[in-house]
Write a protein that binds this ligand. Structure first.
Ligand SMILES: [Cu+2]
Length: 102
């Protein structure tokens, strides 16, 4: 997913113009504009961040693209069935705390 920050996007008309500009580059793209934050999230089919930036600049909406980071990894490994979820492995830890990993 590509995140485009478009400071000059101020109303629904801008959103439509921006959506059209993105779709002109990549008809298969999914465009999800958030007027409040002035960010447009594009899930491209074929287009690139640079291509969308260029198209929006031409349409009169200079944009800053950033490729969104993937969702953060879960903080902990998933709990294993039957374990207590503390992360230690009963067969590896010689002396688990009382009540833990038993
Ligand atoms: Cu507008």
């Amino acid at each position: 997913m590509i995140d485009l920050h478009v400071p000059s996007m101020t109303c629904g008309g801008c959103v439509r113009a921006i959506t059209r500009a993105v779709e002109a580059v990549d008809p298969g793209a999914r465009v999800d504009a958030d007027l409040a934050t002035r960010h447009v999230r594009v899930t491209p089919a074929t287009g690139s961040a640079a291509a969308f930036e260029a198209a929006l600049r031409q349409a009169g909406y200079p944009a800053t693209a950033s490729v969104a980071a993937p969702a953060p990894a879960p903080a902990r490994a998933p709990r294993k069935a039957g374990g207590c979820g503390c992360g230690c492995a009963p067969r590896v830890v010689a002396a688990p705390r009382a009540g833990c990993c038993t």
